[in-house]
Design a protein around this ligand. Structure first.
Ligand code: TXA
Ligand code: MG
Length: 352
C-alpha cells in the first residue's frame, strides 16, 4: 500500500477533508492531536477498526479510545452520561482527558476488546477536530506507533513506524503535550488508569477524590487482572536500554547516573544521559541531552518520546534518566519512563 501524505498546515482544509473521506471509506489515517499522533479508523465500522490492530501489531485484547468532535457526541457511545462525566467534560473537553464508562450497543466489540465499557475523548488539536468533523463519525484511534514503541509526537515518527501500512499521514507539526491523555474510569470510585495531560490534582479540584490504579507505577504481578488492558503490555521501548536513577536530590541523582555511566562506558557501552536544566553542570565530559526543566515536568513530558526515538538505530546502548517527583505531570512522566525502562532502577553496587 502507498501511504499518502497531507499537510494540515500548508494544505489547510483540503488535507483534512481528503483524510476525512478516507476515514468514511473505511481507511486508516494518522493524525495529530495535542497529546501524540493517533491512528484513526471509523469507530463504528468493525472491519476498519480491525485494520488498526493489524497495522500496529496491537494485541486484540487492548481496547481503543473513540474520539469525538463534540461533547454531545459522547451520549451516543455510553449508556448514559453520569454527572461526574458532565462536570469533567465541561472543565476539560476539548483536551487530554479520556473518560471510561458503560458502552452503548452501537460500539463494536473490536473497539472495546469485548469489555462492557468504552473510552471516549474530545481532543483539542485544531486539525484533529477538523478531521473528526470531516469524518462525521466517532474515530477509534490508538497512538500511531508500532505496538511497544514510544508514541509518535511528529509525522516523521509515524512514517518511520507505519509507512506503507496505512492510507494517509496527516502532518500537523509536533504534538504539544507529548504524552497520551489521562484515562479516567467512572465506574464506581473514579480511578485514573493512565496519568496524562490532565493531572490528578486538576481532576480532584472538579469531582473530589480519585484513586490511582496501582499499575501506574509498578508492574502488574503474574496473573493479576489489568483495569486497563494496555497496562500489561511492554510499552515505549526504544532500541537502547533505559535505566532510571533512584530518587534523591538533583546532586545525588546525578552522582548515581555518573557512576553508572562510567561503569557502562568501561564495559564498552555507548551511553547518553537525559539531563535537565538543573543538572547539566554535573555531567561534564559525558554525553548528555537536555530534555527539560525539573521545575516544569510538562517540559520533560513534551520531549521524552522524541528523545527516546532519537537514539534508535544504534546511536546509544544505554540511556540514563533522572526520576521526577510523582505529583502533577511528574506522575505521567514517571509512568512512561518506568515502562520505557522495564521498571529498571539503578541500584548502587548492582551491575547494570
Ligand atoms: O492521547 C491519547 O489518548 C492518544 C491520542 C491518539 O488520542 N491515544 C492513545 O491510545 O494513547 P492508546 O490506544 O495508545 O491508549 C489507550 C489506553 C490503553 O491503555 C487502553 O488499554 C486504555 O486506554 N483503554 C481503552 N479503552 C478502555 C476501556 N474501556 N477500559 C479501560 N481502559 C481502556
Ligand atoms: Mg499507545
Amino acid at each position: 500500500m502507498k501511504t499518502q501524505y497531507y499537510n494540515a498546515v500548508t494544505q489547510k482544509e483540503n488535507g483534512t477533508k481528503l483524510a476525512g473521506q478516507v476515514l468514511r471509506a473505511g481507511g486508516l489515517v494518522a493524525f495529530p492531536t495535542e497529546t501524540v499522533y493517533g491512528l484513526g479508523a471509523d469507530g463504528l465500522n468493525e472491519e476498519a477498526v480491525l485494520r488498526i490492530f493489524e497495522a500496529k501489531g496491537r494485541p486484540g485484547d487492548n481496547p481503543l479510545i473513540l474520539h469525538v468532535a463534540r461533547k454531545s457526541d459522547a451520549k451516543d457511545l455510553w449508556t448514559r452520561v453520569p454527572e461526574k462525566a458532565r462536570q469533567l467534560m465541561d472543565a476539560f473537553w476539548p483536551g487530554p482527558l479520556t473518560l471510561v464508562y458503560d458502552r452503548a450497543a452501537c460500539v463494536p466489540d473490536a473497539v472495546t476488546a469485548g469489555l462492557g465499557t468504552v473510552a471516549v475523548r474530545m481532543p483539542s488539536h485544531k486539525t484533529a477536530l477538523a478531521l473528526l468533523r470531516a469524518a462525521g463519525v466517532p474515530v477509534a484511534a490508538p497512538s500511531a506507533n508500532l505496538s511497544g514503541k514510544p508514541s509518535p509526537t511528529t509525522a516523521a515518527h509515524v512514517k518511520r513506524d507505519l509507512d506503507g501500512k496505512i492510507d494517509v499521514i496527516l502532518d500537523g507539526g509536533p504534538c504539544e503535550v507529548g504524552v497520551e491523555s489521562t484515562v479516567l474510569s467512572l465506574l464506581g470510585q473514579p480511578t485514573i488508569l493512565r496519568p496524562g495531560g490532565i493531572t490528578r490534582e486538576m481532576i480532584e479540584a472538579v469531582i473530589g477524590a480519585v484513586a490511582l490504579s496501582p499499575a501506574i507505577l509498578s508492574p502488574l504481578k503474574e496473573g493479576e487482572a489489568a483495569a486497563s488492558p494496555g497496562m500489561k503490555y511492554k510499552h515505549y521501548a526504544p532500541q537502547a536500554e533505559v535505566r532510571i536513577a533512584p530518587p534523591g536530590s538533583p546532586r545525588a541523582i546525578a552522582s548515581s547516573i555518573c557512576a553508572a555511566y562510567d561503569v557502562a562506558g568501561r564495559a564498552g557501552k555507548r551511553c547518553v544521559i537525559f539531563a535537565t536544566e538543573q543538572t547539566r553542570g554535573f555531567y561534564c565530559n559525558r554525553e548528555y541531552a537536555i530534555i527539560g526543566d525539573r521545575k516544569n515536568p510538562s517540559t520533560l513530558c513534551a520531549n521524552l518520546f522524541a528523545a527516546l526515538r532519537s537514539y534508535d538505530d544504534g546511536a546509544a546502548d544505554l540511556i540514563l534518566c533522572e526520576p521526577l517527583d510523582e505529583s502533577d505531570m511528574g506522575l505521567a512522566y514517571m509512568n512512561r519512563l518506568l515502562r520505557a525502562a522495564g521498571f529498571a532502577v539503578l541500584q548502587p553496587g548492582v551491575p547494570l
